[in-house]
Each structure stands twice: as C-alpha cells, then as structure tokens.
Design a protein around this ligand. Structure first.
Ligand SMILES: [Zn+2]
Length: 370
C-alpha cells in the first residue's frame, strides 16, 4: 500500500513537471512567434533590429561619401564589409531596416536613370542580385532584372510600380538562365507589352505560353547577330555565348555592342567545373574576336580570374553578391570568401584589371580611354 502511494506521488510529480515544462515551452514558442529570428527572444531580436539600423546608417554614409570607384578606398571597402555583415543575418530580408535600405537604393537608381543621358562611354547601374542596367548614348539594356522575390520576404520585394519605372527606361531585357534569382515572368511580360525584346536561352519558361514570345538568339560563340529594337528603329549587334551553369543549365553569356561601339557582357551564373569544362573553349578566346569594354561576371564563379583574362575587358563589375535567397554560406560576400568553391577572386583583385564593386542601386560611369 505504502509502495502504491509512493508511486501515485511520483506520477503526480511527473505530471506536474510535464505541465510546467509544456507551459514554458508554450511561452517560449509564443515569444519566438513575435520575433523575426525564431531562435532569439524578443530582447535579442529587438537588439538585432537596432544593430541593423545602426550599421545601415554607417553604410549609407560611407557609400554616399565614397561611391563606386577604382582603386577601392579602404573606407568604402569597410562599408561593403559592413553590408556583408548585415546581410549574413539569416533573416536579413525580413528586417525592416534592410528592406528600407534596399528600396531607397533602388529608388535612387530609378530617379538617376530617369534623369541621366550618357554622352560618352556607358553608365552601369547594379540592381538586385545579378541585375544590371547599362546605358550608352543610344541604348539602355537590362540584364537579369528581378524584383528580389527570391529573398522570400514580401516586405523586401520591389513593387510593380517601381519595376515599371525601371522597365520604361530600358530598350531590351536579356535573361541569362532559368533560376528565379535571374528571371521574373511579370517583368518579361511588361517588356513584351511595350514591344521590347526579351532574349533568353530556350530552357527559360519552356513549358509556358510566354516561351513563343521570347527571342531565342543562336547560342554560338563569337558570332554577331542583329537584334532589332523596334521601339528605337535600330538594330544592335549581339553575341550570345553558349554558356552553362554546370552541365544542366543553359546560361546565355550576352555580349552587346552598342551603336557607338561600347561593348559589355553579362555572364549570368556562368560556371564550369571538374570534368565539365567545355565553355573554356570560347571563354579563353573571346578577346581574340571582340573588344570588350565592360564584363559583369558572377562574383562567385570559381575561375573568375581565368574568365576575365579570356574576355580581357577594360573594366570588371562583378555581381550576385549577397543573394538573400541563398543559405548563409552561399551568399557570396564582398570580402570574396575564396575558400568557397576555390574562388580565384583574390588573384583577380590583385591583378591589373580594374574591378569596381557595387551594391544595390549604385552606378559607375565608364569612359573609354582615348
Ligand atoms: Zn544566380
């Protein structure tokens, strides 16, 4: 009997303990539901918001005082490293200060593009991820223009209104490949609605009606093709290099030659590795066929130095830094993390090639040497 009472008491204790534990678990869960980072309590998460706001204030001041330039001043480099730090918070895209910064930077670019005419060379604006707008005296070309929805945060994604203002300024859109951080079907449709060509490899939207409306230029190394810009009444010279992101993804590397003779190439997610190295057959020889003023490679491609040597451009503007849709290790930072994919980025930065680093909404005016 005594033994039985002890057992009942033990059961009661166990039940009470479990109820208490469940209560605390519930409280903890309820707290985490109210935080951006579910691993932090409210105080910790509020701290992260305050720190992000403080860091971004310093970033804005630094990159305003020291816009994109070559050589890279140390203070601007430190500003870019602070961007890396802010954007390697797993939940960066959900933080209000990051969203505000992103939107303000893109709006700055929108206002700038709407009021800029280029008399000489080319002006290049970096948008989200590997998105660029390049304007010369006679044409404005968009590459991999997206809304930022790949960051998977509604408050981060750019509005249709902002995108329309960018699209209105451009004469054509080039999409490198089918990954969501490089293409957006709504954006492509707006270009088509304005009778502006959208050029992409066949794999992009291959099972959707829009596929018939996309311009599929030949993926052929070194060959110049004419692309009519009907809204301008001119044609531009284009080379679509038959690139790949590894063996499974067709990736157009587009070289545009403007009517003024300014040439610029955007490389999408170009990467070959291991047994699959076929693209170096043409990459190593681009400069034997074409003069390249500006090259926009992905910052994370392993052989970036070899690729740059193949194109031998006058200016390199890497893109794709800190893609927030990627895991933290794969948000390739401005400090280049050369251990990742065995990047040869340090060799490129140590070389004589001018490399200009830019973040969201920033721009650089390239003027060819006379
Ligand atoms: Zn990508």
């Amino acid at each position: 009997m005594k033994k039985k009472l002890i057992k009942i008491a033990q059961w009661k204790m166990l039940t009470i303990t479990m109820v208490v534990l469940m209560f605390f678990q519930f409280v903890a869960f309820a707290q985490n539901e109210n935080t951006i980072d579910p691993c932090l309590d409210k105080k910790g998460d509020d701290y992260m918001n305050r720190q992000t706001t403080a860091f971004i204030a310093e970033i804005k001041k630094t990159i305003t005082d020291l816009p994109p330039q070559y050589p890279l001043p140390r203070e601007r480099y430190l500003g870019l490293l602070l961007i890396d730090a802010v954007l390697h918070d797993v939940h960066a895209a959900q933080r209000p200060a990051v969203q505000k910064f992103f939107h303000a930077q893109i709006m700055k670019a929108v206002n700038d593009i709407e009021t800029t005419t280029v008399e000489e060379g080319a002006k290049i604006w970096q948008l989200y991820n590997h998105g660029f707008i390049v304007r010369t005296k006679s044409i404005t070309i968009a590459f991999d223009m997206v809304t930022g929805e790949s960051a998977m945060s509604d408050g981060f994604t750019l509005s249709n209104e902002v995108m329309c203002r960018l699209i209105d300024q451009c004469d054509a859109l080039f999409i490198s490949h089918r990954h969501r951080d490089h293409k957006d079907i709504w954006v492509a449709q707006q270009f088509l609605n304005q009778n502006k060509p959208v050029v992409a490899p066949p794999q992009v939207w291959e099972d959707q009606p829009i596929h018939d409306k996309i311009t599929h230029l030949k993926r052929e190394a070194h060959s110049i093709q004419k692309l009519p810009l009907e809204n301008k009444g001119i044609s531009i010279d284009v080379v679509i290099y038959p690139g790949h992101q590894m063996s499974s993804h067709e990736n157009n590397v587009s070289l545009i030659i403007s009517p003024e003779g300014i040439s610029f190439a955007q490389m999408g997610d170009q990467i070959n590795e291991g047994d699959f190295m076929i693209d170096y057959d043409w990459i190593d020889k681009v400069s034997e066929h074409h003069k390249v003023d500006i090259l926009m490679p992905p910052c994370w491609t392993n052989e970036i130095h070899r690729i740059v040597k193949g194109f031998d451009p006058k200016l390199v503007i890497p893109g794709h830094e800190n893609e927030l849709g990627h895991t933290v290790d794969d948000r390739v930072p401005f400090w280049d993390d050369s251990e990742y994919l065995e990047l040869t980025y340090p060799e490129l930065k140590a070389s004589d090639y001018p490399v200009v680093l830019m973040t969201w909404g920033e721009s650089y005016h390239y003027r060819p040497l006379k």
